[in-house]
Design a protein around this ligand. Structure first.
Ligand SMILES: [Zn+2]
Ligand SMILES: [Zn+2]
Length: 418
């Protein structure tokens, strides 16, 4: 039996780990700088949480969710997205009691049964942030600014921001009727999925990737023409805050987002160089979601993005984010007596937090020094017969080629100061 990794998943191999850690830390630092605190929820939840929040008819629930029964027959789902679990935790743990505004961020794997392709996987890693407790348009702009700051911190230059307003339940009802009237005469030309969507959620037709549906959707009415005055005013305010924060954007009335819970602001970050899978993040306001899953009526706005396409974008822009890991020292031991005191020194240094490498299977001086070089350590700590007799260690600076002698008890202090 030859075991293979499941389709649509990937290993983060040691050579790539530094890069992943770097982008994840960059997000943590940015989110913390904006006043967000980290929250971690389980990778699986009650399936119903997503069915209710994302919408029963959404593609996520219908086609992409990993849904399974545990041994007691409970229906669970691997989380396809991060917002519903965070909101579930917010409600369940009464985080609203800690203050009017709750700002949370998360990082972790999400799961969707989707056709794998470049930048799209069945297990993928997302970052996200949620600002819960205010309807104020300032927070829509602030959370967009968080995402912009994160992308800039990584050095990405070619990212475009597109924003839209999808309105509130009042104006979207009128808009959905307008869409129905528009698509009805084209019913026969639509794909099977879209014919169903026309009955359940006409807005989903705008998201269809089938070319013939896309062509028809081109002429469909746009949401921004159907916003009521409150929604229009909210959208104007968001744009004005973005202007003040010096964040450039394009209004794209076609942005709908695939999940049912979005209201008002919806936005996407695009990297045009990535081709068909060009969305590298986005988010929006979801004022109805918290009440919908059993909390008090609480407005909120959030962002999310995947790390896979982010790393692709970094590669394309020629940005290297990883600092390769380098040990501080490599221990070279010659002879039995040296091994005695050397291993003792190695133990002490490591328990004190220093990064020191050693390979007992390499005997010759030449082989050990070669290993020291390829480990990229800064110093070689050399102990031979002479050093054992004198109670010293020869310290060789591997880059400069210089060396010096120190009493064995002074090595820790030397490493701490270099
Ligand atoms: Zn409205
Ligand atoms: Zn279609």
């Amino acid at each position: 039996m030859e075991y293979k990794i499941p389709r649509g998943t990937f290993d983060i191999l040691p050579a790539d780990s530094a890069k992943w850690q770097q982008v994840m830390s960059a997000f943590r630092e940015t989110a913390q700088a904006f006043g967000y605190a980290e929250i971690t929820t389980p990778v699986f939840e009650q399936a119903e949480l997503f069915e209710r929040s994302s919408g029963e008819s959404s593609d996520v629930v219908q086609k992409e969710m990993y849904r399974f029964q545990d041994r007691k027959g409970r229906w669970l789902a691997l989380r396809p997205e991060g917002t519903a679990p965070v909101v579930r935790s917010y409600v369940e743990n009464h985080l609203e009691a800690q203050g009017r505004l709750t700002k949370l961020y998360y990082i972790g794997p999400m799961f969707r049964y989707d056709r794998p392709q470049a930048g799209r996987y069945r297990q993928f890693y997302q970052y996200g942030a949620e600002c819960i407790g205010s309807h104020h348009p300032y927070y829509d702009a602030e959370i967009i600014a968080l995402q912009v700051a994160f992308l800039r911190k990584l050095g990405l230059q070619k990212i475009e921001l597109e924003i839209n307003s999808v309105g509130c339940p009042n104006c979207s009802k009128i808009y959905d009727e307008a869409l129905e009237n528009y698509f009805e005469p084209h019913k026969e030309e639509l794909c099977g999925d879209c014919r169903t969507r026309l009955q359940t959620k006409p807005r989903r037709l705008l998201d269809c990737k089938v070319p013939s549906c896309k062509a028809i959707a081109k002429g469909a009415p746009v949401m921004t023409d159907y916003l009521d005055s409150d929604c229009r005013e909210h959208f104007e305010q968001v744009k004005s805050y973005l202007d003040k924060m010096d964040i450039s954007y394009k209004v794209n009335p076609r942005i709908v987002r695939g999940l049912d819970y979005y209201t008002h602001t919806a936005f996407e970050f695009l990297n045009p160089a990535l081709g068909a899978q060009n969305a590298i993040g986005g988010g929006g306001r979801y004022d109805g979601l918290i009440a919908q899953i059993g909390g008090k009526d609480t407005p909120a706005v959030g962002i999310a993005g995947g790390f896979e396409r982010l790393l692709l974008s970094l590669e394309q822009e020629g940005i290297t984010v990883s600092r390769p890991y380098r040990p501080q020292a490599y221990l070279v031991l010659l002879g039995e007596a040296a091994r005695e005191s050397g291993i003792r020194l190695l133990g002490q240094l490591r328990l004190s937090g220093f990064s020191v490498q050693h390979d007992p299977e390499k005997d010759s001086f030449k082989a050990q020094l070669k290993a020291a070089d390829s480990s990229q350590a800064r110093f070689a700590l050399i102990i031979g017969e002479d050093e054992v007799k004198a109670g010293t260690v020869t310290i060789k600076d591997l880059a400069a080629g210089t060396q010096m002698s120190l009493p064995i008890g002074g090595v820790a202090q030397f490493l701490a100061l270099s």
